[in-house]
Design a protein around this ligand. Structure first.
Ligand SMILES: [Fe+2]
Length: 336
């Protein structure tokens, strides 16, 4: 059972298909032409599209191509319904990305079997996407392991996605920043407790080991389709503009923008929360530290300014009096 979008400019055909599919438990929605179908898929993705080819305006071939070209809908099966049986039309349909064809007049039994089969395949691909949920659960498990960072991932997701919106980034990028908040440190799963939970400062060797979390996380994200925008955040959120960061010592614009945004949010949250090796800094001190990092050439001053604006103008969050970091606090590297 699933949601089927039936697309046909002839209302009687829509009703016929609905009467064939609804008794099998499918939810049937309808659209009257290709343009309406593409919009309907974008707004509320169905599990299957059953689409007439010959329609006024945007025809079935073009609508199919638009659905298959969009990353978020390319795995939705599209079946072209046609009375055209010539090879040229089939080839056109295949080139547009159609998954299957149904010829008019319908053989009801065959149509219902094909719909069932394609919906089963769609469920498998949905399960693959659910692999992303598994990785998010893994990230939250790591956070739970390190009690001192309680809520860090959730706050980062909020800070980073809010800054992404302020910067006018697209919805895909904002969504990646939200996921990246949860996933940025997923690679810490590979860091031993003795290092991850060490109450005192890390030795240089331990710090080198801790840095590996960016590479481990990158590998964990693998080739998952939904994580392709999150993966650079996971790998590069500790890079610095002057090349003194890790793991790749990227410089300037070579550091992905989303990773730069996450890096700023990450440092701010690490500074303003309690860690085994330091008390929480007031917001004003964290703001000052971020400004210093920008002045040092580690972070983009415009991004830092936008972030500071965001955290200091949040209602209900008064800005404490500005105080310089103590010498001891400033000397202690913040491990995020
Ligand atoms: Fe990190």
């Amino acid at each position: 059972m699933g949601t089927v979008l039936v697309v046909d400019d002839i209302a009687g055909n829509c009703r016929l298909l609905e009467s064939l599919l609804a008794p099998d438990g499918h939810t049937v929605r309808t659209a009257r032409d290709g343009g309406e179908a593409v919009r309907a898929v974008r707004e509320s993705p169905p599990d299957l599209v059953l689409m007439d080819v010959m329609m006024p305006g945007v025809d079935g071939f073009d609508a199919c191509r638009a659905i298959k070209d969009a990353p978020e809908s390319r795995l939705i099966p599209v079946v072209l319904v046609t009375s055209l049986t010539d090879t040229a039309s089939r080839i056109r349909g295949i080139e547009a990305g159609a998954d299957d064809f149904v010829s008019k007049p319908f053989n009801a039994t065959e149509l219902r079997a094909r719909v069932r089969s394609l919906l089963r395949i769609k469920r498998y691909t949905d399960d693959l996407d659910n692999a992303e949920s598994v990785i998010v659960s893994l990230a939250l498990t790591i956070e739970a392991r390190d009690r001192t960072t309680d809520g860090h991932c959730h706050r980062l997701a909020q800070y980073a996605s809010a800054l992404g919106r302020t910067l006018g980034l697209g919805e895909d990028d904002v969504a990646a920043l939200e996921s990246g908040g949860y996933l940025h440190d997923v690679g810490k799963v590979g860091i031993p407790d003795a290092v991850l939970l060490k109450p005192g400062p890390l030795t240089p060797q331990e710090y080198d080991l801790m840095k590996q979390h960016t590479l481990i996380g990158d590998r964990l994200c693998g080739e998952l389709r939904l994580l392709r925008k999150v993966r650079p955040i996971v790998r590069h959120h500790h890079e610095r503009l002057d090349g003194s960061g890790y793991p790749d010592q990227l410089r300037g614009d070579a550091i992905p923008l989303l990773a730069q945004v996450m890096g700023i949010a990450d440092v701010f949250d690490a500074l303003t929360t309690k860690r085994p090796y330091k008390a929480p800094f007031p917001v004003a001190q964290a703001v000052e530290e971020l400004r210093e990092e920008a002045a040092r050439g580690w972070r983009r001053a415009d991004l830092v300014a936008a972030f500071i604006d965001q955290v200091t103008s949040a209602p209900g969050r008064p800005l404490p009096p500005v105080a310089r970091l103590s010498r001891a606090a400033a000397a202690q590297p913040v491990v995020t």
